[in-house]
Design a protein around this ligand. Structure first.
Ligand code: RB5
Length: 155
């Protein structure tokens, strides 16, 4: 399955995800996926994951063809912070199936990945599947996602 043509990926990490972010850039180049690194540009041991989560999430929320990949120690802090931004559906899939379903059923637009103690082969697999899987467009899933958006818009 090919990638959607207009797709653009924004990357961000904290110190615990920095090394993995650099490796992910190589992987995206190999896949010929358009990406932009929103930082950090160098390893900074005291940096905080929410700063990069908000930066990437705000960008992704501006365009339906934008996606984000955020990496911290576990992927979870990034996921929690990114989900505070309106229009963001961030998840941290842990295998091929959850990566696929997070797109097909939940129409996720951000991936929160684990930089510590996790095989890079698995990260590559999750990213490739996540980028290639389209939203199913099934009514039941649209309806469920609309419930989340309606709740978000009420606040
Ligand atoms: C940093 O030590 C770590 O807490 C952070 O990278 C992340 O895993 C938080 O969710």
């Amino acid at each position: 399955m090919p990638f959607e043509k207009e797709l653009k990926v924004f990357l961000g990490s904290d110190h615990a995800g920095f090394e993995t972010k650099e490796k992910i850039k190589n992987h995206l180049q190999k896949l010929k996926v358009n990406y932009e690194d929103l930082g950090p540009s160098k390893y900074a041991p005291g940096d905080d994951y929410p700063d990069y989560a908000f930066k990437v999430a705000q960008k992704v929320s501006q365009n339906k063809d934008y996606r984000g990949i955020l990496i911290c120690g576990t992927g979870l802090g990034m996921q929690i912070a990114a989900n505070k931004v309106k229009g963001i559906r961030a998840a941290s899939p842990y295998d091929a199936y959850s990566a696929k379903m997070s797109r097909a059923h939940n129409n996720t637009n951000i991936l929160g990945l684990r930089g510590r103690s996790f095989p890079f082969s698995k990260i590559k697999q999750i990213i490739t599947i996540w980028l290639k899987t389209p939203f199913s467009e099934e009514e039941r899933h649209k309806h469920r996602i609309a419930k989340i958006s309606n709740y978000e818009n009420k606040k």
